[in-house]
Write a protein that binds this ligand. Structure first.
Ligand code: ATP
Ligand SMILES: O=C(O)[C@@H](O)C(=O)CO
Length: 426
């Protein structure tokens, strides 16, 4: 028998977010970085999430990578496929949510799929097709300033219609409130009218449950991690899942504790400030990194010394918008980001080789850089630290015990995330 759910995530921290919700609802979950070259041992795994970097790359690349992930997941026997994108629907008029969904539908022979970005526990809800972040419409939430995919329209039917070739429809709250069966009938009626994509309104967990009941037999579902919280109960009703007492059980953690932050999101800036009130930290400046190796070596020396004294230690490039803009103006946005990502990746590789065994990384791009630098291919998903962020464990060739790793999306986590993460780790 194969896996129950095969998921394709368009970034690394988003993959971990979905995997976290699946584990919390009782599924044993493995995250793989990129499409594996061959089969993996999956006897004790119910769901695999393939983490891609396909959110902001050219459409053709995103489609190609997503189809390769789909082929691999089908090879592992996945009964249902989940395309995971951001709960703020990060995309542009060119894509990638519409084109990737349509390519997956075509390959799966699916006439219809649902779009469910909502993640109510983190404040992402959808009403009459409009996406809210907390009490603000998406286009007033700060996301209108996103450097890569500014979200200037909260009407998801309109947003998706600009990037999809199949017609887009809506399953609004009054339908969901009537329950799973009524929602399924509504989807069917839309399918008969030729509607390929259905934006689902979602205000709370109950709505997610109605959607999950209605879509459990669709070959493809798409959305944020909220739907991942509700689907396992439906799989269980169909007897597809074994009862497992601790689906997020990991080996005991060991080694010293390090936080690396390249995220400049508002939540991360607060977390950095809170950490520095009680623990040592060292700032990385892209302008200084551009001048030679001394700045990196100073950060490495600082971290080594403080880790030896007991840790946890923070190394961060996180900076307020003004400082980020200044670095970007001087170096170019891409080079500034690359300098930071390369430095944090190098620090991770060096310090893990020297004994760091518990590592928190903040930022999606930053997480991608660190995971690549460490050569990590698979992550076993453990228990949640805060909504959307679990501890994970990765086997490493040159380390006997697995590395405990938490990958935090920029805007996720409470203000004390960087300290509490280590307190909740067994
Ligand atoms: N001081 C800085 N100046 C310029 N760029 C920076 C600075 N610090 C970090 N960066 C870059 O900003 C980018 C931050 O993106 P990243 O995805 O890691 O964080 P995020 O956007 O907060 O997270 P998420 O994608 O999970 O919401 C990275 O490319 C990082 O290298
Ligand atoms: O869905 C979310 O908000 C996150 O998992 C994410 O994708 C952030 O990059």
């Amino acid at each position: 028998m194969g896996i129950v759910l095969g998921a394709i995530a368009d970034d690394f921290t988003g993959a971990t977010d979905l995997a976290n919700n699946l584990v919390r609802s009782g599924m044993r979950c493995l995250q793989v970085i990129g499409v594996p070259q061959g089969p993996l041992p999956l006897e004790d795994v119910d769901a695999v999430v393939v983490a891609l970097k396909s959110r902001s790359c050219p459409v053709s690349e995103a489609v190609g990578d997503s189809l390769a992930a789909l082929d691999w997941l089908q090879g592992q026997g996945a009964r249902q496929v989940f395309f995971k994108y951001c709960s703020t629907f990060d995309s542009t008029d060119a894509g990638n949510i519409g084109p990737v969904s349509e390519a997956l539908m075509e390959r799966l022979g699916a006439a219809q799929t649902v779009m469910v970005p909502a993640f109510p526990v983190n404040g992402r809800t959808v009403y009459q097709g409009h996406l809210f972040v907390g009490d603000r419409l998406l286009n007033e939430s700060g996301m209108q300033h996103h450097p890569l995919n500014p979200m200037r329209d909260a009407d998801l039917v309109r947003v998706l219609s600009r990037q999809a070739s199949r017609p887009v429809g809506l399953a609004a709250r009054p339908v969901l409130a009537q329950g799973g069966e009524a929602t399924r009938r509504h989807l069917e009626a839309l399918r008969e009218q030729g509607i390929g994509h259905v934006i689902c309104g979602t205000l709370d967990e109950q709505d997610l449950e109605a959607i999950a009941e209605a879509v459990v037999d669709l070959p493809l579902v798409t959305g944020g991690s909220g739907l991942g919280q509700a689907l396992p109960a439906q799989y269980r009703r169909r007897d597809w899942l074994a009862e497992v007492a601790e689906p997020g059980r990991l080996a005991p953690a060991s080694g010293s504790a390090l936080v690396l932050s390249g995220s400049c999101s508002r939540a991360t800036l607060g977390q950095v400030a809170r950490f520095l009130e009680r623990h040592p930290g060292h700032v990385l400046d892209p302008l200084a990194l551009a001048e030679g190796d001394d700045h990196f070596q100073a950060a490495l020396a600082f971290a080594r010394q403080r880790l030896a004294a007991g840790g946890p230690v923070l190394v961060y490039a996180s900076a307020d918008p003004e400082r980020v803009r200044a670095a970007q103006a001087a170096l170019g946005t891409e080079r500034a980001g690359q300098l930071v990502e390369a430095a944090l990746g190098r620090l991770a590789r060096q310090l893990v080789a020297e004994g760091v065994g518990r590592l928190v990384v903040a930022g999606g791009e930053t997480s991608g850089a660190v995971v690549s630098a460490l050569g990590i291919r698979t992550l076993r998903i453990g228990d949640q630290i805060d909504p959307g962020v679990p501890w994970t464990q990765a086997p490493l060739d040159d380390r006997q015990a697995p590395l405990s790793l938490a990958l935090k999306s920029g805007n996720f986590g409470g203000p004390d995330f960087f300290t509490r993460a280590f307190e909740v780790l067994p």
